[in-house]
Structure formats: structure tokens, C-alpha cells
Design a binder for this molecule. Sequence first.
Ligand SMILES: NC(=O)c1ccc[n+]([C@@H]2O[C@H](COP(=O)([O-])OP(=O)(O)OC[C@H]3O[C@@H](n4cnc5c(N)ncnc54)[C@H](OP(=O)(O)O)[C@@H]3O)[C@@H](O)[C@H]2O)c1
Length: 293
Amino acid sequence: MKPRVIVTGAAGLIGRYCVTSASRWAPDWDVQGLSRADLDLTDRAATEQTWRHLTPNAVIHCAALSRTKDCEQNPQLARRINVDATAYLAGLSKDIPFIFLSSGEVFDGQQGWYRERDAPNPINFYGKTKLEAERLVLQNPRHTVVRIVLTAGTSQNGDRSFVEDMCRAAKSGKSVTLYADEYRCPLPAGVIARAILELSNKNVPGLHHLGGRERLSRWEIGQALLPWYPELQGCLVKGCARDHTGALRPADLSLNCEKIQARLSFPIPGFRSWLKDRVHRGVDLWDYEPARL
Ligand SMILES: NC(=O)c1ccc[n+]([C@@H]2O[C@H](COP(=O)([O-])OP(=O)(O)OC[C@H]3O[C@@H](n4cnc5c(N)ncnc54)[C@H](OP(=O)(O)O)[C@@H]3O)[C@@H](O)[C@H]2O)c1
């Protein structure tokens, strides 16, 4: 019998890619996706029952309240899902590998190109919950935390990735303001899924950063996407982070990924080189086709 890995958040952006690409990147595993419809992770009794029923050999924990705005608006719910449910699931998984997806939002964004040893300093509630959960997870030396940043791709209902958000706004006639002084290192969800599945295969504990090779401003990211999304033409507005209202956003969340790169069988791409490669080979924008990146 194949060893079994549970993927939580399976109807979400990254969880779905983990499940759908598992036969390619983790063919020796029996990968079971759990969506919120299958199991509400804030229900401890149901979580324990499901966990015991499935008896996993590893867990990839993608479920979260993942939007900064939702966390600010509903901090209690954010804590229950992002911290309490994570800690409970990690506790059930104390004797097996457990991979928790965290976020670059644990940093304040003043420095950029963050390494794993750099001191976190979250400036919004989402980042605070992620940091708190990380610390609980990493109390177990068998467990893994992977911090990621802005993720591109397509989701089940077309409402998860930043690319989908931009296109939805454009289609409803709204402009999309992109800050020219806010930096991220985006990656396609398919690349993140491949890396996570490889890590679970190799059982690599500890803290890891996973972001794209290229540091781009939000404005540059929008410009790079224009050739593929003509509907964005004329809708993108260049903005300045100082004009932002709402939850605080770190200015620069580029991540140094040397540590994780040394563990992976493939080079982590930069966002623009990823897009360019799609054109060369005429493959779907967000489908993961192994390439010479
Ligand atoms: N995408 C990014 O840019 C990004 C960046 C940094 C870090 N991350 C982290 O990476 C992980 C995956 O992100 P993602 O983009 O795939 O997020 P996502 O699309 O929001 O998926 C998260 C999933 O968790 C589910 N969920 C929420 N509460 C739950 C509960 N109580 N019980 C069971 N499931 C629950 C959601 O269900 P519903 O569909 O019903 O809401 C959703 O399907 C998250 O930990 C996120 O914080 C993501």
C-alpha cells in the first residue's frame, strides 16, 4: 500500500494544485485532499476522527483564512483557523512529517530578500497569526514550515489568485491600482505544489523560504501579465504604497530561497522567465510542464 499524505485546503488555490499534480510529482504517495466541505478544521472532534480514519503518513496543511482583509475583519476566526486548528492538526501529526504553509507576511517588509534567520516582525493580523502558528509547529523538530509569497494560478471558482482578482475587477469595469514601490517575488501555484510535494517526499524539517527568483513591483507584475490578459489593458493604474488604505502591507517581501533550492530537483523560476517560457513552448500559462528554466 502507498503511504498516504493528507492535503488540507484542497479546494483552495495551492491545495488544489498539490492534489492535482500529485500523480506527477509524488507518484509513490496516495494523496487525499480535504476541502472545508469534507472537514471543518475548527471542529476538533471531527478533525481527530478524520485523521484517525485516514491514518496519514504525512500532512500538507494549506487550509487557512488567507486574505489579509478577512483576518483584520474577523480576528477571532483568523486565530481559530490559522493558529488553533494548525496547532491541533500538528499535535495529531506529532509522529509524522507535517508541512505548514506560512507567509512572507511574517516580515515587516523594510529589508527584502529575507533569509530564514532574519527576525520576523508582522505588521498585520494575518502575519501575526502565521508567525504564531509557525512557532507552535516548529516546536516539533520533525515538522516543516514553508513561507511563500504572492501566488499565481487558476482556482476552482476563479476567485483565489491575485491574477484572478485583477481580471475580475477589470471585467466589472473597475481600475486596478498597482503600487510601483511594493515588491514581491511571485510564483505560480504549480511550482509551489511541486516544491511542497518534493519536500514531503524527502521529509525536510525546519523553516524554508519559497519565492520566485525575481523581485518585481506590483506594477511590474501587472505589466508582465498584460500580453496574456488583454482584458487588463487600460485598467492598470500605477500607484504608490503611501496612498494605501486598509490593513498594513509590507513594502518588500522578496525572499532568499537558497536553502530550499538546495533541496529541490528543479530550479525555482523567476516570474517573467516563467511567462516567457510558456510562450516558447506554447503551453498553458499556469500548467506546470517541466522545462529548461
Ligand atoms: N496564495 C498566496 O499568495 C499565499 C501567499 C502566502 C501564503 N499563503 C498561504 O498558503 C496556504 C494556501 O494558500 P491558498 O492561496 O491556497 O489559500 P486559499 O485559496 O484561501 O485556500 C485555503 C483553503 O482553506 C480552506 N479553509 C478555510 N477555513 C477552513 C476550515 N475551518 N476548515 C477547513 N478548511 C478551511 C478554505 O476553504 P473555503 O474555500 O471554503 O474558503 C480554502 O479552500 C495558506 O496557508 C496561505 O495562508 C498563500
